[in-house]
Design a protein around this ligand. Structure first.
Ligand code: PLP
Length: 395
């Protein structure tokens, strides 16, 4: 099934570079998440920082309990574009200037520290909001991804047991409706199981006196090898021991493998034994996680370097020497004008791109269930220029 859509996309003659979001795959992911909710009674929110192409929120909404936001703008987006559903927010520190407005959009507000809870908790409660605090169970389950480990020593994310003991007064505790943790990244349910042991050991005492537990994101629930049965037993364990309402807020799992970046070869250059295909997309601008994380994205009809007959380094047209997607091999030599299809590009792509080097932002298209394409967004010179100064327009 997926191979067919990829063949269709690569010959679609959509203008490049462009992101293409696959409605059918979003629905397939949604069905898995919906089933998990009906079988366990947990609630699943979309973490918008991974995927916030709101043109497709109506496609996802039937499968989700609501949205999760990283701050004011995402909370507003969730409230506007997935209205009538729950709207949760977590931010490491809220600003006084934005808090009143935030109360208009969010119904669950999670604080990172006892001091933030002291500063804003009573205000949130009196506005009728559910109030939570993020804990840090100090249980690292990731290897080699320091950038993505909120449990690394010295982390600013979440309240440790020691901080709790020093700073949480009974008055602050009485403001709490729930507890939140987020410690995983692209992980399976064994890592959650391990994390829950630490959560119970360090924070079990408080779990009996709150209503809900939000277990964050990083659960790769829709990945083929994900152990959903183990996730279900984790959820059921927390429900039965502590009588908690359980929330999950995955970003990646909602839109996993549900997007593509279609790009074209502009030139081929050879330096010593390295052949580079210069593309009309840039890793630095259009897939920044490729450089930041870093990782090598899957590419349709390609192999590892040297696996197939012709190996190329795929790179962007910018002046950044390291603007490289990765080394890939092909059955036939690449030539100018060839189309290439990068896979798994719905997540952390459209919401992270930028116009460094004056690079244009790619179109965003939806590949619809009926095999038609819908243009969700097109950008031009104005979008580049106005980010750098809007004097003529605003003042
Ligand atoms: C990033 C994040 C998520 C989503 O993480 P994914 O890895 O995309 O599933 C959820 N909750 C919080 C608090 C986050 O910071």
């Amino acid at each position: 099934m997926t191979k067919q859509i990829q063949e269709r996309l690569i010959s679609s003659s959509l203008p490049t570079p462009c992101y293409i979001l696959d409605e059918e795959k979003l629905i397939a992911n949604g069905i898995i998440l919906k089933e998990l909710q009906s079988q366990t009674g947990c609630k699943i929110l979309l973490a918008q920082k991974a995927f916030s192409n709101y043109g497709l929120y109506p496609v996802l909404a039937p499968y989700l309990a609501g949205t999760e936001a990283s701050g004011l703008y995402e909370a507003r987006l969730g409230a506007e574009e997935m209205s009538g559903k729950e709207c949760h927010v977590f931010c490491a520190a809220y600003r006084e200037e934005e808090f009143e407005e935030l109360l208009r959009y969010a119904d669950h507000i999670v604080f990172n520290s006892p001091s933030q809870l002291r500063k804003f908790g009573a205000l949130a409660k009196s506005a009728g909001k559910e109030v939570g605090i993020r804990i840090n169970p100090e249980c690292s389950t990731q290897e080699g991804h320091g950038l993505y480990d909120p449990c690394a020593p010295g982390s600013r994310l979440g309240t440790t047991r020691e901080q709790w003991q020093n700073e949480m007064t009974p008055e602050l505790v009485s403001l709490l409706d729930g507890i939140h943790f987020h410690t995983l990244c692209e992980q399976n349910s064994d890592a959650l199981e391990q994390t829950l042991c630490s959560v119970e050991e360090k924070f079990g005492f408080i779990l009996h006196s709150v209503k809900w537990l939000n277990m964050g994101g990083g659960h790769h629930i829709t990945r083929a090898d994900y152990d959903i049965e183990r996730l279900k037993s984790c959820i059921r364990h927390m429900q039965s021991v502590y009588h908690l309402e359980i929330y999950l807020e995955p970003g990646e799992a909602v839109a996993l493998n549900a997007g593509y970046l279609l790009t074209r070869v502009l030139d081929i250059v050879k330096n010593n034994d390295v052949s580079t295909a210069i593309l009309d997309m840039s890793a630095a601008c259009h897939t920044p996680d490729v450089l930041e994380m870093p990782y090598r994205p899957p590419l349709f009809l390609s192999g590892e370097a040297k696996e197939k007959a012709y190996t190329y380094r795929l790179a962007g047209p910018t002046c950044l020497a390291g603007d490289v997607v990765g080394d890939y091999s092909f059955d036939a030599p690449l030539k100018e004008g060839d189309f290439l299809l990068l896979e798994d590009m719905a997540i952390y792509s459209t919401c992270k791109n930028n116009t460094f080097n004056g690079m244009p932002l790619p179109d965003i298209w939806a590949a619809k269930k009926d095999q038609s394409y819908e243009l969700l967004a097109r950008f031009g010179y104005e979008d580049f220029k106005y980010r750098l100064g809007r004097k003529k327009i605003l003042f």
